[in-house]
Design a protein around this ligand. Structure first.
Ligand SMILES: *[C@@H]1O[C@H](CO)[C@@H](O)[C@H](O)[C@H]1NC(C)=O
Ligand SMILES: *[C@@H]1O[C@H](CO)[C@@H](O)[C@H](O)[C@H]1NC(C)=O
Ligand SMILES: *[C@@H]1O[C@H](CO)[C@@H](O)[C@H](O)[C@H]1NC(C)=O
Ligand SMILES: *[C@@H]1O[C@H](CO)[C@@H](O)[C@H](O)[C@H]1NC(C)=O
Ligand SMILES: *[C@@H]1O[C@H](CO)[C@@H](O)[C@H](O)[C@H]1NC(C)=O
Ligand SMILES: *[C@@H]1O[C@H](CO)[C@@H](O)[C@H](O)[C@H]1NC(C)=O
Ligand SMILES: *[C@@H]1O[C@H](CO)[C@@H](O)[C@H](O)[C@H]1NC(C)=O
Ligand SMILES: *[C@@H]1O[C@H](CO)[C@@H](O)[C@H](O)[C@H]1NC(C)=O
Ligand SMILES: *[C@@H]1O[C@H](CO)[C@@H](O)[C@H](O)[C@H]1NC(C)=O
Length: 372
């Protein structure tokens, strides 16, 4: 019954071909972190509920390999926004529901050629600070657990005895706030925005302060910066990361476009509304602003592009966000390509060292393979 209801709900939102792929894949249930692990570490979601993940077991030649994908969902930067979040699926495991794995998490070889048979885990996001905080808020009856760093540790320690401890190959991936979590945690994992406006800088600064994130940032970065909180931004700590890393982002990330470059607070008159909805209606100067945004992103990743020998990149020119998790952007007949490579192929080529993979597309309106 559940399955049927979900399929119908999904059908309303997605094109038919995608729905087919979804309908044939099983729902992946929610696993709560063991009560004892959570207690020992003090690892709780914002509302005090147990952290959670979804796990689909590997099989065949992938049985000893592990893909961990970190869920995204923005950030909360003050008590009010965190209290609100604590009553939703991105702040409490009580509201999380099972769902279908797609894109990089799909178990179908024709949809996910390199990772389909690995152990695939989605780390559910419920702390509001990219799995990096460690503090607590308490005032009268209301309390908030800012324990992202502990949640990360708790999920990993739950997975270790399930086979992660003996993984032959492992890949940590993430989307959006989860992508940031990957940058923050990949060195810890492997050893066992280019923000523009002051608005987003302030938001992250508040996230870092509110949730006690600073202690968990890369120390080689924090000791080299005048403002250690900068080290929440990948461009400042990228060069300190030792784990091979693949940067997948469009140069015109729609979340950043709507929330960083032109948040509605910065455009009270709604001058950008039409351009945000339909790119062909953007004025020349709006396009120029978007092009400058792209150049900032390329500049911020330029030394990685030039000097990282183990790194990979796929900076395409589509207007999109979180391209690994969605089947239509990850690997499909009409998904985005560069040099005729889909994202799934580019990531696979990098991971398995089949080919050097550092691809940057020319500026919009380049990108004939985008589905704008
Ligand atoms: C895998 O995906 C392909 C393409 O969407 C589909 O035709 C096939 O039925 C799927 N296989 C399974 C086992 O779900
Ligand atoms: C953990 O288990 C104890 C006893 O088994 C129970 O009282 C407590 O509510 C549980 N905690 C959570 C967060 O589920
Ligand atoms: C706290 O909870 C108690 C008991 O549920 C209630 O009487 C009191 O009004 C609450 N205080 C606040 C500030 O909400
Ligand atoms: C990862 O971080 C945790 C907490 O800081 C630490 O206990 C653990 O040893 C680290 N793991 C590795 C492999 O560095
Ligand atoms: C900082 O750099 C030193 C020297 O390269 C290295 O040994 C250490 O592991 C680094 N620390 C972190 C947190 O990356
Ligand atoms: C976008 O705007 C162009 C020019 O005004 C128009 O021709 C086109 O139909 C619009 N596209 C959509 C999807 O609304
Ligand atoms: C480009 O990046 C470098 C650091 O990598 C920075 O110092 C410089 O200010 C940036 N230039 C622009 C125009 O943003
Ligand atoms: C692009 O790749 C597809 C298969 O993914 C192949 O069928 C097609 O011929 C390739 N096109 C070019 C121009 O190489
Ligand atoms: C490696 O990538 C280059 C450029 O994308 C391509 O021309 C070449 O055929 C690839 N080689 C292999 C072995 O896939």
């Amino acid at each position: 019954m559940m399955m049927l209801r979900l399929s119908v709900a999904v059908l309303l939102l997605l094109p038919f071909a995608l729905w087919c792929a979804y309908a044939q894949s099983p729902l992946v249930g929610i696993t709560l972190v063991k009560n004892t692990t959570a207690k020992e570490l003090g690892a709780y979601c914002l509302d005090g509920s147990l952290p959670a993940y979804q796990f689909s077991k590997g099989f065949g030649s992938g049985a000893s390999n592990w893909l961990l994908h970190i869920e995204g969902g923005g950030w909360c930067n003050d008590v009010k926004s965190c209290l609100e979040r604590a009553t939703t699926r991105i702040g409490s495991s009580s509201y999380m529901t099972e769902n279908v794995f797609s894109g990089i998490l799909s178990n179908n070889q024709s949809l996910n050629p390199d990772f389909y048979n690995w152990n695939r885990v989605m780390l559910r996001y419920c702390d509001g600070a990219s799995f990096a905080g460690n503090s607590m808020y308490q005032n009268g009856n209301s309390s908030l657990y800012f324990r992202g760093q502990k949640i990360w540790q708790a999920i990993i320690s739950d997975l270790l005895p399930q086979g992660l401890a003996h993984a032959e190959k492992a890949l940590l991936s993430g989307c959006s706030a989860g992508g940031l979590a990957v940058f923050l945690h990949c060195d810890n994992f492997s050893r066992k925005d280019v923000a523009k406006s002051e608005m987003i800088r302030t938001l992250y600064h508040d996230v870092v302060s509110l949730q006690g994130v600073e202690q968990n940032l890369n120390q080689n970065c924090t000791s080299s910066q005048i403002d250690p909180k900068q080290c929440f931004f990948p461009q400042y700590f990228l060069s300190y990361i030792k784990t091979p890393i693949f940067i997948l982002n469009t140069a015109y990330d729609t979340w950043q476009f709507y929330n960083v470059l032109v948040p509605s607070s910065a455009d009270p008159g709604g001058v950008w509304n039409s351009c945000k909805k339909n790119l062909t209606t953007c004025t020349d100067s709006q396009i120029q602003t978007l092009q400058d945004f792209r150049l900032d992103m390329l500049n911020a990743t330029n030394s990685f592009y030039k000097s990282s020998t183990s790194g990979g990149m796929f900076i395409n020119s589509c207007f999109a966000h979180c391209q690994t998790q969605h089947q239509e952007t990850w690997f499909a007949a009409n998904s985005p390509r560069m040099q005729n490579k889909t994202i799934a192929e580019a990531v696979g080529d990098w991971y398995f060292e089949r080919n050097e993979t550092k691809l940057i597309d020319c500026p919009y309106p380049c990108g004939s393979t985008c589905q704008y």
